[in-house]
Design a binder for this molecule. Structure first.
Ligand SMILES: Nc1ncnc2c1ncn2[C@@H]1O[C@H](COP(=O)(O)OP(=O)(O)OP(=O)(O)O)[C@@H](O)[C@H]1O
Ligand SMILES: [Mg+2]
Length: 454
């Protein structure tokens, strides 16, 4: 990285001396005799660091510092002060100078200081870069989906992100629950604080408690030292409680109390600790049913479910499948240095497949295909057997217990239409519906147009 330093001092000898000392630290060293000249130079050249005398004619160091802070916030500032002006030096620090040095300047000390300035700038930039990367990875832009269902979800995410409302994300495995949770966090005012994800289903009851709430020394065998829990780590940020449906009733009571009181006690501790945490919970069960079956506390359910986001399975949004295929293909082409394309027949098979593992399964498959496919185009024979095998799975009727009558009707209409090649008149006759009614239902159920016309 190239560095440019500007030295501002009214004494020519001092300027030259400083230039000599700093030349090895920067690609370019500029000189100015006073604040006014310095500002002119700054306007023409981006400068990383200004080293300025305090007492100068026309515009002094303090005034220059104020201008620099306002007009060139990226530029660091080091103030040089004579005897008797230490107080001003302190003021300079308060006004945003990086540091100050007493005159006569110890050149070795100055060299070290300049090094520190550049190191801290590098760190700052690195942090900004990382933050931008995180935003890029977890922002909205990375949730692919154009189906009406996903568009509605984007809308909800946009609305709830700025608030502190608890969110419950439901959906089958691999539908993107964690992705949505992260998008909420990284689009919220809490984005600069931690997003802490805890898989509640992976830990035993007691381990989960000490993991989340922390513990005091000696509170149980193995608690050799005191430890803060994940809730404390998420203070002012967001905690993501994955697989919340797997937790025990005792745990649910404790969690509810913490959410209500916004404070917790570590395991074996007695002192309440305040926490300010936003909660996003996720489950691949139907939590309402769990409540009805007595396996999940109703009060906790209502506490978590201020906003509910239901992620539909991939097979119910075929138009997203095509988008996702292209998205992943592009990503893995880049990652593995390939230039693969995909033919229409292959795409049709992918769209018709039922994707029990949803987007995750599609993503994993696309990665392996993008590595293993020889040649330039992905063809049906390159697909895993179960995906390619289905002769015309689009016509298969996928009904199951647990579906609502509405879901079942939608599914029946979809499969019938598919069977008759998208011919609506025929499909309406077979279904025993008037054509108008069918059109209305197609619209209502958002059955993909490409299927509905042939
Ligand atoms: N709409 C989407 N656009 C792009 N990528 C997605 C989308 N949905 C899911 N993914 C990707 O699919 C994978 C699974 O997503 P995620 O981990 O969020 O699912 P999940 O619902 O939490 O699954 P599980 O219930 O198994 O934990 C991730 O790699 C994620 O990036
Ligand atoms: Mg998950």
């Amino acid at each position: 990285m190239t560095h440019r330093i500007l030295i501002v001092d009214d004494e020519k000898n001092t300027r030259e001396g400083l230039r000599w000392a700093l030349e090895s630290h920067a690609e370019e060293v500029l000189l100015a005799p006073d604040g006014e000249q310095a500002l002119l130079l700054l306007g023409d050249n981006p400068v990383d660091l200004v080293v300025s005398d305090l007492k100068m004619p026309k515009m002094d160091g303090m005034e220059l510092l104020q201008h620099v802070r306002e007009e060139f916030p990226e530029t660091e500032f080091v103030m040089l002060t004579g005897h008797g002006t230490v107080e001003t030096a302190v003021d300079a620090m308060k006004s945003g100078a990086f540091d100050y040095l007493m005159k006569p300047v110890n050149l070795e000390e100055l060299g070290l200081l300049v090094k520190r300035v550049f190191e801290s700038r590098e760190l700052k930039r690195e942090n900004e870069r990382l933050r931008a990367e995180v935003n890029e990875r977890y922002g909205f832009e990375n949730i692919v989906g154009n189906s009406p269902a996903m568009q509605r979800i984007f809308q909800v995410v946009r609305q709830v992100a700025p608030t502190k409302a608890s969110v419950l994300v439901q959906g089958e495995t691999g539908t993107g629950k964690e992705l949505v949770a992260r998008a909420i966090h990284y689009n919220s005012p809490r984005r600069k604080k931690a997003f802490v994800a805890v898989n509640c289903g992976a830990l035993s009851q007691s381990l989960l408690e000490s993991e989340l709430f922390g513990h005091e020394k000696g509170s149980f065998t193995g608690a050799v030292s005191q430890r803060a829990g994940r809730f404390e780590a998420a203070d002012k940020g967001t905690i993501f409680l994955d697989e919340i449906g797997e937790t025990s009733p005792e745990f649910q009571v404790k969690l509810l109390r913490i959410l209500q009181e916004q404070e917790l006690e570590r395991v074996g501790g007695s002192k309440p600790i305040k926490v300010d945490v936003r909660v996003i919970a996720a489950t691949n069960r139907d939590l309402k049913k769990e409540v009805e079956a007595g396996r999940f506390r109703e009060d906790l359910y209502y506490r978590l479910n201020v906003i509910k986001i239901d992620l539909p399975p991939l097979r119910e949004r075929q138009e997203d499948t095509a988008l996702l295929v292209h998205h992943f293909l592009q990503q893995f082409n880049k990652e593995h240095g390939r230039n693969l394309t995909i033919g229409p027949k292959t795409m049709q098979l992918l769209q018709n497949y039922s994707w029990p593992g949803n987007v995750r399964q599609l993503r994993t498959m696309m990665e392996s295909i993008s590595i293993l496919t020889p040649g330039k185009e992905i063809q049906p024979k390159h697909l895993p057997e179960e995906v390619a095998a289905d002769p015309d799975p689009g016509s298969q009727l996928r009904l199951k217990v647990g579906m609502t009558v509405r879901d079942a009707e939608r599914e029946l209409i979809r499969a019938t239409l598919n069977e008759y090649g998208g011919n609506k008149a025929k499909a309406a006759r077979v279904l025993g519906l008037g054509r108008k009614t069918l059109y209305r239902k197609l619209e209502e159920y958002e059955i993909a147009e490409e299927k509905a016309t042939a």
